[in-house]
Design a protein around this ligand. Structure first.
Ligand code: DGT
Ligand code: CA
Ligand code: CA
Ligand code: ZN
Length: 582
């Protein structure tokens, strides 16, 4: 049998997503559809080859992969296809699948467009809207037509820009794979651990990463390149030479590897850490001193001597620059710093003031969350479940909140080594009002106020009103964005910062890796306006308490030190800093 290259995990995941989408359009049971999507997520996030697991008969070890799916994966590897997928492909037009991806048009509506109007793709949909035939269907109005037309225009524009291709990956996933790869190359080659690193956006702790950059300084570069090609984290090597290689991980993330002799590792690391804008600024500053900076070294034009450095810090020193932490290298004034600022570090956080339990949409109890936080070294936590109007069956009514407060007091009394505070993440209503009455709010130790609904109903005025409430301690995820999937709501961040400063309300840096909200630029502006920031996990399970690490990353990129962060203080100090010295 002719051998075909194994599909990467990303490619397998795509096939399963397509299978789920087509089943859904075919009217299949929702659980089956969700099962395919969940399996696709698991497979995409598996760092090693799933194709190899299928061959070894171990693929059912993965969460959500059973024997039915295993059979399909075997067929995919052996024949390049899955029979039921071929059947569904024949049955459901490609264009129909495309229009279900339009915002506002799920599979149910798409199926009706197909069944009742014969619409089989974007072009047919556009024609039908122009002929005002869509609004004739029940459940579709003139407003829907208008929105669909806008969505079609946006989809066309995105396709023309080529923006529908390679997506950026959230930082945690990129770092998980990148750190594993660096560790593997280190172990395989015995290279000096200080001479191999992740560079690029991952080292700068950016929100998303387009590709990984691995740099190394080694006496035998070919050995590092060979280890890279042999790594089972790498699905495919596209290009390889004596001093580097490019490849793709199983999840489809690109990787560039570059290797130089150890004596110039500092230059290489500095160059490929970027950012581009930071490097351009460095080169311009250097030229004025008669120095030319590149990844190969610093050329002194007067003497013709090229200076090379094993350590990155020496590159900055040689250029007469203060050391700049990687997170600051974004060309936002970092080269003008006279000394390196003391940035906040993970160990500086003493508390975590935003987390959920089974009382709302969390997965663990108050006691489990508090115990896990204590084991992570925290001194205090606030339990902040969703408030009465949250919906999705996850709301805490006023009466339930009283019970929850009692539970928190009880856990606090029983647990040693951690202070457990009674709080709430209160929805800000469309009129700027809060979900619970003032007396109940005043009983809480900690109140996070967040917008979760009606994003188009003047979020600025609502958040400003919340800041003016005497019991509101902090505004949660102030702009509501979800990186890669939802734009911030139209909130005037400057006005929110001004209101926070005026009222003594804190602003949150939500650590969920797809939020990181406030954004670093806004967090820096808030600090400059005298506002204290809270770095919170917004954890819904014990293990996501670790999300404060991504909040720390944003805080560092905002130039924040421990003094700028409310929960870097002991609770006894912070409680007095709450507005009105409550
Ligand atoms: P990414 O991959 O889009 O998430 O962001 P980066 O920053 O990792 O960008 P990437 O991978 O294109 O390049 C890594 C770093 O290498 C970049 O931040 C600066 C440096 N670099 C690469 N190519 C160039 C270049 O042509 N000019 C300059 N000035 N720097 C470059
Ligand atoms: Ca990169
Ligand atoms: Ca790159
Ligand atoms: Zn929230």
């Amino acid at each position: 049998m002719a051998s075909r290259p194994d599909p990467t995990n990303g490619e397998i995941a795509e096939v399963l997503v397509e299978l789920g989408d087509r089943y859904e359009l075919d009217g299949a049971n929702v659980h089956r559809v969700l099962a395919y999507r969940r399996a696709a997520d698991t497979i995409r996030d598996t760092p090693r080859s799933v194709a190899a697991m299928v061959r070894a008969g171990t693929v059912t070890d993965l969460d959500g992969v059973g024997t039915t799916l295993e059979e399909k994966l075997v067929a995919l590897l052996d024949t390049g296809g899955i029979p039921v997928l071929e059947k569904l492909r024949a049955k459901i037009p490609e264009g129909l699948l495309r229009i279900t991806k339009l915002p506002g048009l799920g599979p149910k509506k798409a199926r009706r467009l197909h069944a009742e109007l014969g619409i089989d793709g974007p072009d047919a949909l556009r024609r039908a809207i122009e002929e005002r035939r869509v609004r004739a269907l029940s459940g579709f109005g003139a407003r829907t037509e208008e929105r669909l037309l806008e969505a079609l225009d946006r989809a066309d524009a995105a396709a023309a820009d080529g923006h529908d291709g390679a997506e950026r990956v959230l930082l945690p996933r990129a770092r998980e794979i990148g750190d594993a790869l660096v560790a593997e190359l280190r172990d395989a080659t015995g290279i000096d651990p200080d001479r191999i690193a992740l560079a690029g956006s991952a080292r700068r702790w950016a929100e998303t990463v387009h590709d990984l950059d691995v740099v190394a300084g080694a006496d035998d570069p070919a050995a590092v390149v060979a280890a890279f090609a042999a790594s089972d984290l790498i699905a495919r090597v596209d290009r390889s030479g004596e001093h580097g290689a490019s490849g793709v991980t199983h999840s489809g993330l690109g990787v560039d590897l570059r290797v130089v002799p150890p004596d110039r590792f500092g230059n290489l690391l500095q160059h490929f850490t970027g950012s581009r804008a930071h490097n351009v600024a460095i080169r311009e500053a250097a030229v004025k001193r008669g120095l030319r900076v590149s990844e190969h070294g610093i050329l002194d034009e007067a003497t013709g001597v090229t200076h090379r450095f094993a350590d990155e810090a020496d590159v900055y020193a040689h250029l007469g620059l203060t050391w700049v932490d990687p997170e600051l290298r974004e060309h936002r004034g970092e080269l003008e710093l006279e000394e390196a600022p003391r940035l906040i570090e993970p160990g500086d956080l003493r508390g975590d003031l935003h987390m959920h339990t089974v009382a709302s949409d969390g997965r663990a109890t108050v006691e489990q969350m508090a115990t896990a936080a204590r084991d992570r070294g925290l001194e205090y936590v606030a339990i902040t479940d969703h408030s009465a109007s949250h919906g999705f069956g996850d709301a805490v009514s006023a009466e339930q909140l009283r019970t929850l407060i009692a539970e928190v007091r009880d856990v606090d009394a029983r647990l040693d080594g951690i202070t457990v505070l009674a709080g709430s993440e209160v929805n800000i209503g469309t009129d700027g009002g809060l979900d619970y009455d003032d007396d109940l709010l005043a009983e809480l130790d900690w109140v996070v106020a967040s917008v979760h609904t009606a994003f188009d109903r003047d979020p600025t005025a609502r958040i400003v009103a919340a800041c003016e409430h005497p019991s509101v301690d902090v505004v949660g995820h102030p702009t509501g964005r979800l990186i890669g999937s939802r734009a911030p709501y139209a909130v005037d961040v400057e006005a929110v910062i001004a209101a926070a400063a005026r009222t003594g309300t804190f602003l949150e840096i939500n650590g969920s890796p797809r939020r990181r909200d406030l954004h670093e630029v806004h967090a820096r502006a808030a600090r400059d306006a005298g506002v204290l920031l809270c770095i919170d996990s917004d954890a819904h399970r014990p293990d996501t308490l670790a999300n404060t690490r991504w909040g720390i990353a944003t805080a560092r990129r905002a130039w924040l030190g421990p003094d700028d962060v409310a929960n870097a203080r002991p609770w006894d100090e912070l409680r007095r800093l709450r507005k009105g010295g409550r």
